[in-house]
Design a protein around this ligand. Structure first.
Ligand SMILES: Nc1nc2c(c(=O)[nH]1)N[C@H]1C(S)=C(S)[C@@H](COP(=O)(O)OP(=O)(O)OC[C@H]3O[C@@H](n4cnc5c(=O)[nH]c(N)nc54)[C@H](O)[C@@H]3O)O[C@H]1N2
Ligand SMILES: Nc1nc2c(c(=O)[nH]1)N[C@H]1C(S)=C(S)[C@@H](COP(=O)(O)OP(=O)(O)OC[C@H]3O[C@@H](n4cnc5c(=O)[nH]c(N)nc54)[C@H](O)[C@@H]3O)O[C@H]1N2
Ligand SMILES: [Mo]
Length: 700
């Protein structure tokens, strides 16, 4: 590992180098080096010593200083001084703000603490500034719990049913793969450092295949692209399995020793001919056969599955179906074969020590699903729902922009009787609707420790500069609120250093790493073997790769992965499709991260405006030309976007790149005005890529 870069720098040089970790919600979790001169951060770069970062950062994070020193940073606590949504705020002191907020929370808690709801996601992936002190605070308070479903629960649950956890290949091993399927993922945008590895594999002769409804920048650079209809991945996976069976491209020994339910899976797979799946997926049967041949006859065949394919009604089952493939061919035997969706399960995080659910002391508050917050905020209370939501405490999330059916979310946030506190760096769409905005520190200003869901390294983050303005770390804000609420449990006195130390569980997976070591070295790798399932040993109850899910079997339900078509598609909702004939998917724009960075001018300049991709045939019948402003709408809402007429999308399918800040978009809306709140099959997640719309030229 690296020598200490600070020491290497030498005392004569006034540039101090501080080790940091990119905090963003991305599989890459890069190790960074921040250059500081006279207390000011002057450079941010990737740590060349860290194997997956390899010295490079994405365009977004290489502009991190522009974000940190942005003139629009919230520098002082702000209190609303006009009607909700008017945008009028006045600065107040921290004491005034915290006293006032604590008094209100005490009043609400005296009636029913469940009327108070936390709302947070992964604005930072840091375990310290994420759910540590905040978790303790809400548990001690007895507030509603939050079911954090907004991103990955469908696929996570699907993977858990088959493999037993969020486990899989080591991302670094893809370098040695001979075949790489990039499935439901735009690597160049969402997982750039994986793409560098895939490129090395390709130069060594590997074949790259992309499976995606959109011919995105990654698909354009792969040798093969299967451009299927959104939400049809399970049908494709079954047809691939059918071909593997028919051609006997199976590893019978592996199946026999390490899998569960092969006979049932085999029979179901044989009912999916390539032709049958081709009709559902909108593909050619020959493409499916060719891909099956590659999968069945290439050693070191690897699947980089990502979360794009599970943001549809049948997303959980789609992940289940795909996750069966490597066990059929025995691909897991090779370190460079198998599948990777998430590496989270290879880390041992001491979640209970961080969040202290024991502070609930036997109380069992209800759980609010963050993906249906619009409905929750508009619920009058009563019945199974429980008390009306009276207070919302938001940190690490811009929910007004990112949650589905955001028209309802916004209406909820506009309720005069809702008390909203937002911890933020900026006046986001959400902060604008708050009663209090509390200025939070960024990653350069606070301490943290991170795991990754792409690679297998813990990464430490040292504060490089003093907090900008009067901003404070999330931990300190919740610590100070706890004191005002009279919470005197010793854990509320823990420093950020202590919390970071608690985050790493004493578990063989962590390879003896502790926070002190990570601080010194910057990063450290967990202990999982490169080919975790070469000899089976899946972390399922049966120890096998589970083609069938035993609890379903016991309950008399279909135990196999199922093919579940979208809520909204021409095939599954023909009536609705008469009015709204276009299937919309809403993947990220390359220079934004969810809604983060949209307000960074140099990055917004690269994206220019919200963009909607429309197929030339669909454009022609609507009289829409390249560069026209279009209105995209359905019964839930509408948005404006600049039209790119392009055959990168399918016929009857539009791609709306997200997630723009509403207030920085023409018409003050964004894609989530159109998306719905119906849940995925597993995990009750959102269906961002399962949405029918219509498009017309806008006169605006
Ligand atoms: N630049 C950038 N990087 C990011 C993010 C970002 O917003 N911007 N977001 C981060 C976050 S929070 C996450 S969770 C990850 C997500 O990263 P990924 O898991 O890679 O997911 P997405 O980028 O949302 O979508 C990936 C692809 O899925 C495709 N897709 C949509 N529907 C379907 C379908 O039904 N089937 C298949 N096969 N493909 C489909 C989309 O067209 C898109 O190309 O990326 C992270 N990285
Ligand atoms: N239509 C559509 N919608 C989507 C998606 C999509 O693909 N399409 N992607 C979905 C996915 S995968 C996800 S994960 C969610 C993400 O949704 P969010 O987790 O809400 O992500 P962001 O929009 O990046 O907002 C994070 C906010 O946290 C703030 N923040 C960052 N660090 C800190 C900190 O240390 N303290 C505090 N207090 N605040 C901080 C940032 O300034 C930012 O405003 O969005 C989902 N929404
Ligand atoms: Mo995400």
């Amino acid at each position: 590992m690296n020598p200490n870069p600070e020491a290497a720098q030498g005392a004569a040089d006034s540039l101090r180098i501080v080790r940091a970790a990119c905090p963003h919600d991305c599989p890459d979790t890069c190790a960074m080096l921040v250059g500081v001169r006279d207390g000011v951060a002057v450079q941010v770069r990737g740590d060349p010593g860290h194997p997956t970062t390899g010295g490079s950062l994405c365009t977004k994070v290489s502009r991190y200083l522009e974000r940190t020193y942005h003139p629009a940073r919230v520098l002082r606590p702000l209190r609303r001084s006009g009607p909700k949504g008017s945008g009028s705020f006045e600065p107040v002191s921290w004491d005034e703000a915290l006293d006032d907020i604590a008094a209100r929370l005490r009043r609400l808690a005296a009636a029913d603490a469940q009327s108070i709801v936390p709302y947070s996601y992964c604005g930072t992936m840091g375990l310290v500034q994420g759910e540590s002190m905040a978790g303790r605070f809400f548990h001690r308070l007895g507030a509603s719990l939050l079911d954090r479903t907004i991103c990955s629960t469908a696929g996570g649950e699907g993977l858990r049913q088959v493999l037993g956890g969020l486990v899989g290949m080591d991302m670094e091993q893809f370098e040695h793969s001979r075949l790489i399927l990039i499935w439901g993922s735009n690597s160049i945008t969402s997982n750039l450092h994986f793409w560098s590895i895939a490129q090395r594999a390709r130069r060594a002769g590997a074949t790259l295949v992309c499976i995606d409804p959109w011919r995105n920048e990654t698909a354009r650079r792969c040798q093969m692209h299967l451009q299927l209809r959104p939400g049809t991945d399970a049908a494709l996976a079954y047809a691939l399995m059918g071909e593997l069976v028919r051609n006997d491209w199976l590893d019978h020994d592996y199946i026999e020793r390490h899998t569960l339910g092969f006979e049932a899976l085999r029979e179901r797979a044989l009912s999916w001919s390539a032709e049958r799946a081709a009709a559902v997926c909108g593909l050619e049967a020959t493409q499916i056969r060719e891909l099956a041949r590659l999968l069945g006859t290439t050693r070191a065949a690897a699947i980089r599955l990502n979360y794009g394919l599970q943001r549809v009604r049948g997303g959980g089952n789609a992940v289940r179906a795909v996750a069966c493939l490597p066990a059929l061919t025995g691909a897991w035997r090779d370190p460079a074969g198998g599948l990777l969706l998430s590496s989270s399960g290879h880390f041992a995080v001491a979640t209970e020590a961080l969040e202290r659910p024991d502070l609930l002391r036997g109380r069992r508050p209800r759980s609010i699903n963050m993906s249906t917050l619009g409905d929750a905020l508009l619920h009058p209370g009563g019945g199974d729902f429980g008390p009306r939501i009276d207070a919302l405490l938001v940190y690490n999330s811009n929910l007004a922009a990112i949650a589905p059916e955001s028209g309802k979310v916004r209406r909820g946030l506009l309720r005069e009787d809702l008390y909203t506190v937002v911890l933020e760096h900026f006046r986001t769409d959400t902060a604008d609707l708050a009663d209090y905005i509390l200025p939070a520190t960024t990653q350069l200003e606070h301490l943290d420790v991170l795991k990754s869901y792409g690679h297998r390294y813990w990464v430490a983050n040292e504060p490089a500069i003093a907090p900008v303005g009067e901003s404070r770390p999330n931990t300190r804000i919740f610590r100070d609120l706890a004191a005002r609420m009279g919470f005197d449990d010793p854990c509320f006195g823990d420093s950020d250093e202590q919390i970071a130390a608690q985050a790493l569980a004493d578990d063989p997976r962590n390879a003896g790493l502790d926070f002190a070591t990570l601080r010194r070295q910057g990063w450290g790798k967990v202990a999982s073997p490169p080919a975790p399932f070469a000899e089976g040993g899946f972390p399922t109850p049966s120890g096998r790769c589970q083609f069938v899910h035993p609890p379903d079997l016991q309950a008399g339900r279909d135990p196999l992965p199922q093919v579940i078509l979208p809520y909204e598609s021409a095939q599954s909702a023909p009536e609705l499709a008469l009015r709204y004939p276009l299937a919309m998917i809403t993947p990220p724009a390359r220079h934004f991260l969810n809604s983060s960075f949209v307000n960074v001018d140099s990055l917004r300049a690269l994206e220019r405006e919200p963009v909607l991709l429309l197929h030339p045939l669909d454009a022609a019948v609507r009289g829409v030309a390249q560069g026209d402003m279009v209105r995209c709408f359905n019964d839930r809402g509408e948005m404006l976007a600049r039209c790119r007429v392009s055959d990168e999308t399918r016929e009857a399918q539009v791609v709306a790149l997200g997630v723009w800040w509403r207030k920085l978009s023409p018409g003050g809306s964004n894609v989530n005005e159109l998306t719905h709140q119906l849940p995925t099959d597993l995990g009750a997640g959102p269906c961002f890529h399962d949405c029918l719309v219509q498009v017309e030229r806008s006169e605006a």
